[in-house]
Design a protein around this ligand. Structure first.
Ligand SMILES: O=C([S-])c1cc(C(=O)S)c[n+]([C@@H]2O[C@H](COP(=O)(O)O)[C@@H](O)[C@H]2O)c1
Ligand code: NI
Length: 426
């Protein structure tokens, strides 16, 4: 795994309406095509090859074929806290990206346990979670997703189940305290039921809320692989499986040709004719602070000939509730329209160009492999201008010219044909 280059061009949709645990996600990855040997190599990279054995078998759950991954561990393992687990990851030869994501999952879980038990995170005991099988589950699920090329993960709402589970400290009500805290902290959508057994474990939920970029329905994709990971039980009412759907997001021929990515966002909007106009700037700022990717105002003429504004906010589906709350809190509107929009985003990269002794970032966008836009980061222009005592317009022109020279493109509009002389200053 060490030093391995991982391609992450695919999107993954995790259907956890049948529940999620660490080993169910692992089963879904293997079922979707992640080679078991790659996962075993990850265990070896952790230095645990002698202690953890992975096996996979085909099972049926409510008539559905699925893969169950069995993680067998050497007995008499020491109790491990967050520091031990992070140390294990740090001293491994796993790829840095895998180490980092696994550490994120355990920190998320540690924070939830700390909150639930009212202890500092360093003193948290991971009860069952600290066992080797959970460490293997987390690391191998992350490696499995990477082996499938999943760069972006979307997750369905989580089915939690219900009833009680018998754990180290006795019977605990479900959803368990750690799961509830993970849900509270992440804002992930979840519901109890539909059966009275534990469908979502702390490790499974920590993986979902840490790795998923957003929650919702299956995103627009061209499906290339489907994997079903089995839980331990074949319930009579409900298939106890986690499903993983892997696919390509670059759907439309045009988008593929442009090297662009599709994504789904939500637009929330309302027509408002009675808000004190001095409140609009703070409203737009609050929308952005509340999670909106963009927020804007359009002057309109409303019914009854009233001059008014349409306030719009664009956000990720997972942020819709928060952004809607801001709209209601900051405007006088008592209703909001919402619709899902798709977006084609060109491939982009960041360039840093030296300008007047400083550095300015430039966002370079390409279509069909050709650079079509180079956008200078204005905050950097202002910073360099302030540091060097120059007018921002001079720094902007220098940055555009430097970017054009670096990219071998004609100077962007607004860039002078010849570079202005570097002003002297002491
Ligand atoms: O033993 C205790 S105290 C205990 C606490 C909690 C909390 O939510 S706090 C949960 N559990 C149960 O342990 C297993 C762990 O599953 P993993 O797959 O996440 O390791 C699960 O059944 C939890 O509900 C135990
Ligand atoms: Ni606990």
């Amino acid at each position: 795994m060490a030093g391995e280059t991982i391609s992450a061009d695919n999107v993954g949709w995790l259907d956890v309406t049948g529940g999620i645990s660490g080993d169910m996600l692992l089963g879904a990855c293997v079922d979707a095509g992640a080679p078991l040997d790659v996962l075993r190599a990850a265990v070896a990279a952790l230095g645990l090859a002698d202690d953890v054995e992975l096996a996979a078998r085909t099972v049926t759950r409510r008539g559905l074929r699925a893969t169950q991954v069995l993680v067998r561990c050497a007995p008499n393992q020491p109790a491990r806290g967050l520091r031990d687990i992070l140390g294990l990851l740090e001293s491994s030869t796993l790829a840095p990206v895998v180490r980092g994501r696994a550490a994120d999952v355990f920190r998320t879980l540690g924070a939830a346990e700390a909150a639930v038990h009212g202890r500092p995170i360093e003193q948290v005991h991971f009860h069952e979670v600290g066992a080797l099988d959970s460490i293997a589950d987390v690391v191998c699920a992350i490696v499995g997703l990477h082996a499938l090329g999943v760069g972006r993960l979307v997750c369905s709402p989580i089915s939690l189940g219900g009833g009680r589970v018998h754990a180290a400290h006795g019977a605990i009500p479900l959803p368990g305290p750690a799961v509830l805290e993970l849900l509270r902290a992440s804002g992930a959508p979840a519901a109890g039921g539909p059966v009275d057994v534990e469908l979502a474990t702390p490790t499974g939920v920590a993986l979902a809320v840490t790795l998923a970029e957003s929650f919702g329905a299956m995103p627009l994709m061209r499906t290339t692989a489907v994997g079903l990971g089995a839980g331990g039980r074949d319930l009579t009412e409900h298939p106890n499986v986690t499903r993983l759907v892997v696919g390509q997001e670059n759907l439309a021929g045009a988008a593929v040709a442009h090297g662009a990515r599709h994504g789904e966002n939500v637009v929330l909007e309302a027509n408002v004719d009675d808000l004190d106009p001095r409140l609009w700037p703070s409203t737009l700022a609050a929308l952005l602070a509340g999670g909106a990717l963009d927020a804007w105002l359009t002057p309109i003429l409303m019914k009854k000939g009233r001059p008014a504004h349409t306030v719009c906010a664009l956000c990720a589906p997972a942020d819709t509730d928060r952004v809607r709350d801001v709209l209601f809190r900051h405007t006088s509107s008592i209703g909001v329209r919402e619709y899902v929009v798709t977006k084609t985003a060109l491939a982009r990269r960041e360039l840093r160009v030296p300008v007047a002794g400083g550095q300015v970032r430039v966002k370079v966008a390409s279509s069909r492999g050709e650079v079509v836009n180079a956008s200078v980061e204005h905050e950097d222009v202002l910073a360099v201008a302030a540091a060097r005592g120059l007018a921002p317009k001079i720094v902007l022109e220098l940055a555009r010219a430097a970017a054009a020279e670096h990219l071998g493109t004609p100077a962007a509009p607004g860039t002078p044909a010849a570079r202005p002389d570097q002003p002297e200053h002491t």
